[in-house]
Every structure is written in C-alpha cells, then in structure tokens.
Design a protein. Structure first.
Length: 326
C-alpha cells in the first residue's frame, strides 16, 4: 500500500494552507456531511463553543475560514465542534530513560489520513506535527519543548465537544509545560473518549483520560492504548488487542531501561505494529518526539524521516506500507 507523505512549512496562514484546504476539502466535506448537514451544529453554536473554550484560537480560526473561502460548511467543519464519530487504534508511551522521548503508533484507515506533517508559526508559536483536519493534529510538538499524542479511549459514547485533534493543536498553541497542558485537557470538552499523553522538556508527563460524559481524569500513566481505566467496549478491545498492547508496554517500562532505539524498534513489530487494514485501520507510522532537542522522527518498517523544529525542511516521501504482518 502506497502513501505519499509531505512535510510543509508556512509560518503564517497563507497560500500553501489555502491550497491544502482546496485539495483535501472534497473528501473532508463528504465525511462531515455523512449524516447530513443538519446533524452538525450550526455556525453560531460552533463559534460560541470556540469563544467559550478556546478563545485564544478565534483570530486564527477566522483567518483560516477566510482562506477556506468563507462558506458555512467550511466554517462549521473548521470549528471541529461535534464532528462525526470516528475510531482509531494507536499505542503511545514515554521512554523510561533520562531523555524525554514520546513514542507513538498511529493506527487508522489510510483512506482517511492526511499523510501530512505541518510546520507553522501561527500566533508566534512554532509547532510541528501530524495533520488531521488541516489544522488539527494527532501528535505534535511546540517550541517550548512540549510534545503531545492521542489514542482512542475505547468507548462508544458520543457527546457535545470538540474533535480531539483541535484540542491537541490548542494545547500546543497555548501551553509550555505538562502541568499547563493538563489544566487545558481537564476543562475543554471532547466529543468522544481519548487518552492524551503529554511530556515537556523537563520530562514531566501525564496522560489525560478524556470523555464526553464524565470529568477528565489526569493520571501519571506513561502508557496509553485503546481503553481507559477498564475495558468498556469488549469487541473493540479484542479487535485492537488494547489490553495486550498495554501489558507489553508496561512490561518494557518496568524492566531495566532499554536503549532508546530498541524501545522505538518495538513499535515497528507486533503486538504494537498492526497490519489489520482489512478491519479498517492499521499502523500508518511510528512517531518519535524528543522535546528537549525539539526533534521529531517518523518511522516505518523500512524508512525513517527526521525533522527538526528549528531547521525544518520541506519534502516528500513515498512510503509503501506493509498490509501483512511484519
């Protein structure tokens, strides 16, 4: 299976972002309309939700809406407020060594993935990460040395809140430490259950267990897969082997500290690496964030792409992803 990856840098929202929006919008529009436009909140409600929960993002949101053409549907989509439900797999963990390192596998459908790394300096905050929804992120890092990543929380409940990729963007735009990130994650509502892990340059970390129907639980967990305190969706847990992956990672953390490269390498093999694309999602990449060094690497079984926040280089890579177990 071939994926064409791009790394794109644009300090302020401009023609590059506008071009990306025009390219991706038809597919995103179909997804956003999958239950009908009336199933999504109106523009006024979406705007008021942003004002209430992420007021610092409003100038950026309005700028992006204008670049997107200013249509009602585009503005409602870009608010990320109460989007359609979506599921993923994913594993993430903090390396137990002295250097702060966050490693994660992103398990998702290749047909609903941006294959895009964005480097921006919006609102004077430099951020790079893996794009979702063209300004949301599924993982990323900022110039304060804060790294963040998400996994699906393994629950069916859908409620009023934001799509979690925008919440990750908001954290990176406004926070510098794990403690600050935890406060944001505890108060911003999410429309589905997610586990969000953050680590800062001083290796302070936390994992927020977010849900639309109960308060966010801030934990000191260094590992997150696809359930929260207990399995609540048994069939999804079996399909994704969430318990087995969590045990595997916890064992690696509780034994002697292994070299960083060996720890990363475990994410490129079963049980963490998944080729279950026939079930809807498999491992599309492994991301490694080194917040103290402000470096990011994307790994695949037979390729690697290093990226530097301070000396970011645009580029393209054609990746052939295994569709059978490696």
């Amino acid at each position: 299976m071939r994926l064409n990856w791009r790394a794109i840098s644009e300090a302020k929202p401009g023609p590059k972002w506008a071009g990306l929006f025009q390219e991706y919008w038809p597919a995103y529009h179909r997804w956003w309309m999958s239950e009908g436009a009336e199933a999504r909140p109106g523009y006024w409600d979406s705007l008021q939700a942003l004002k209430k929960h992420m007021p610092e993002m409003l100038p950026l949101y309005e700028e992006l809406c204008e670049l997107a053409g200013g249509s009602d549907h585009a503005a409602r989509f870009l608010s990320f407020y109460c989007p359609p439900a979506y599921l993923s797999g994913c594993s993430q963990a903090i390396w137990p060594g002295a250097e702060p390192v966050l490693v994660r596998n992103y398990d998702y459908s290749p047909h609903a993935f941006d294959s895009l790394i964005l480097h921006t300096k919006w609102q004077d905050r430099t951020v790079m990460g893996t794009s979702d929804g063209l300004w949301g992120l599924v993982d990323g890092m900022n110039d304060a040395g804060l790294a963040i990543s998400l996994t699906f929380g393994g629950r069916r409940v859908v409620g009023d809140g934001f799509g979690v990729p925008l919440i990750l963007r908001y954290v990176l735009q406004t926070c510098e430490t794990a403690e600050e990130a935890g406060k944001v994650l505890a108060r911003v509502p999410t429309h589905m259950s997610y586990n969000v892990t953050v680590v800062d340059a001083k290796r302070r970390y936390l994992t927020a267990l977010m849900a639309p129907d109960r308060p966010t639980l801030i934990t000191r967990a260094a590992v997150a897969t696809n359930h929260q305190e207990k399995v609540e969706w048994a069939s999804h847990a079996r399909l994704t082997a969430t318990v087995e992956r969590e045990r595997f990672l916890l064992q690696r953390l509780t034994l002697h500290t292994e070299p960083e490269e060996k720890f990363i390498g475990a994410f490129l093999k079963p049980p963490l690496y998944s080729a279950a694309f026939d079930h809807g999602f498999g491992t599309l990449y492994t991301a490694v964030y080194r917040p103290r060094k402000q470096e990011m690497e994307i790994y695949w079984p037979k390729a690697r792409w290093p990226l530097d926040l301070r000396k970011f280089q645009e580029g393209e890579k054609q990746i052939f992803t295994p569709t059978l177990a490696v």
